[in-house]
Design a protein around this ligand. Structure first.
Ligand SMILES: Cc1cc2nc3c(=O)[nH]c(=O)nc-3n(C[C@H](O)[C@H](O)[C@H](O)COP(=O)(O)OP(=O)(O)OC[C@H]3O[C@@H](n4cnc5c(N)ncnc54)[C@H](O)[C@@H]3O)c2cc1C
Length: 477
């Protein structure tokens, strides 16, 4: 590196997009700094971004704990386990969540160090000529001259103009993860992934949960068969999901918040002790770009990049939630790694057609590739294999036999076009489908791959067989 630069690469943001970019750049022998502005409630800095501090990891910790609580109450007896005197210690549950978060975010700091990355807590701003101005937590300002800059500043929750977050009664997803008491009445605005996961957590822990969704259908991005099955299970759990409900206002009062909405029947309202606004997230670029940075932002607030995550400015890249595409940690990570490899002149690839989607509800939901409707709209003749978990010995043994695997393959070439799973460990099972599809595998490839018995993965095997009406463990219709 010439004296002209302090670093080969400066990464702004240490979430799932930024920290992998920094680590891979370090592995590639480059001199790297990673600067992150995240501050936890105690004011301390932490790496890991939204995902580790306030998203993926804490939500999964609470989903796991609340699911165990639910099963202890509703399922143990089926196994012949009579448990009496069960009680909920929410403080211990929340302590476990916080401990997991602390150890995971501390782990990121260790990984950055291990890759030789200079890690800094502070706010980075890109100035002209790839100078990054860093304002430390103590207010000290330094300037870093970088050969390459990677922008990975993530996203923030979208607020509703007419009901701004107050941190008490009207809260965002981070607030909903840190409640210290189970609200009697919870209103979740938005039946997206985050709303459904958080609604499930608090419903299982005892809240009456109303979910208001403006769209007329649940999970419109999912395969319709999957979404219909999911709706049944959410309602069975007791989530009161109201579709076509357009929220128009909220009135906090001493007995709770009155949330007003309109639906097909007209003006409606619902009372809640807490309201979680989970209507989506938007790219976060506040204070990120100085005069002359050369980086453009589109109408949605995303940093404009090409298919290689290059911004219009020379040697400035952007990855993760702050650019187009699904706001998912694994997509962010792949982009971060790919950019670090490109900077080092190596081959890199991100297959945007195969970004798996997972919803960690019970049953879990996961899919990759095209839905049946998308395949049919494209005019391709397809064959479909469905295998219910009710016919899986392992699922029955787990008392988790709800749901199915649906595999869609091209009728002529046999290539797998989409896999849609609702059922136990769907998020784990989808990995096999992603791998098969990454290699452009066929239904026959899966059919001829041996799957251990009894495992949940046999359901995918059988769904592939069912696509050719050759399932063994289910009737072929
Ligand atoms: C409740 C919830 C649950 C979720 N669950 C999942 C899940 O199960 N699976 C999944 O794939 N995704 C999940 N997500 C989404 C996931 O968290 C994001 O897609 C992911 O965090 C995006 O990574 P990122 O690095 O692009 O952004 P972020 O994680 O937001 O990280 C950006 C970082 O940059 C920092 N930063 C911003 N501006 C600056 C600046 N100027 N200077 C320095 N630092 C800056 C921020 O403080 C932050 O630390 C969830 C999100 C939420 C809210």
């Amino acid at each position: 590196m010439s004296d002209q630069f302090d670093y080969d690469v400066v990464v702004i943001g240490g979430g799932p997009a930024g920290y992998p970019a920094a680590i891979r750049a370090g592995q590639n022998g480059l001199k790297v700094a990673c600067v992150d502005a995240w501050q936890n409630r105690d004011g301390k800095g932490a790496f890991g971004g939204t995902c580790l501090n306030a998203g993926c990891i804490p939500s999964k910790a609470l989903l796991e704990s609340s699911e165990l609580w639910h099963r202890a109450q509703h399922e143990f007896a089926v196994h012949g386990i009579q448990a009496s005197g069960l009680s909920l210690d929410l403080a211990a549950m929340q302590k476990r969540r916080a401990t997991i978060v602390r150890s995971m975010t501390g782990g990121i700091a260790a990984l950055l160090k291990g890759a030789g990355v200079t890690a800094m807590f502070g706010r980075g701003k890109l100035l002209a000529g790839r100078v990054v101005e860093v304002t430390g937590q103590d207010g000290k300002v330094t300037q870093l001259r970088a050969r390459h800059v990677v922008l990975a500043s993530g996203s923030e929750p979208t607020a509703l103009k007419f009901m701004p977050f107050d941190g008490q009664q009207i809260i965002d997803s981070w607030g909903a993860l840190e409640l210290d008491a189970v609200p009697k009445r919870l209103c979740v605005i938005g039946a997206g992934v985050i709303g459904l996961e958080l609604g499930s957590v608090w419903r299982r822990l005892g809240s009456e949960v109303v979910v208001l969704e403006a769209l007329e259908s649940l999970l419109p991005a999912a395969d319709a068969q999957l979404a219909a099955e999911a709706g049944k299970h959410f309602r069975k759990l007791g989530l009161d999901i109201r579709l076509g409900a357009k929220v128009s206002g909220a009135q906090p009062g001493k007995d709770g918040v009155t949330v007003r909405y309109t639906d097909a029947k007209g003006e409606q309202s619902v009372m809640a002790d807490k309201v979680v606004v989970a209507v989506g997230r938007r790219p976060y670029t506040a204070g990120l770009l100085g005069e002359g940075s050369g980086v453009s932002i589109d109408a949605h607030g995303s940093i404009v990049v090409d298919e290689h995550c290059a911004t219009g400015a020379e040697n400035v890249w952007a990855v993760g939630d702050v650019v187009r595409g699904p706001m998912l940690a694994h997509k962010a990570k792949e982009e971060g790694v790919a950019v670090a490899d490109r900077i080092a002149g190596k081959y890199a690839h991100v297959n945007y057609a195969l970004v798996p989607a997972v919803i960690y509800t019970a049953p879990e939901i996961a899919w990759v590739g095209q839905t049946e409707a998308q395949v049919r709209a494209a005019g391709a003749a397809c064959k479909i294999g469905v295998f219910p978990f009710a016919a899986s010995g392992r699922a029955r043994a787990m008392e988790s036999s709800a749901g199915f695997v649906k595999l869609i393959a091209d009728a002529a070439s046999d290539e797998i076009l989409g896999v849609h799973i609702i059922g136990p460990m769907a998020g784990e099972l989808i990995a096999e489908a992603v791998l098969a599809m990454e290699f452009r595998g066929s239904a026959e490839d899966l059919q001829r791959t041996m799957h251990a018995h009894p495992t949940l993965s046999e359901a995918l095997h059988e769904a592939a067989l069912a696509a050719d009406k050759r399932a063994i463990d289910n009737l072929n219709r």
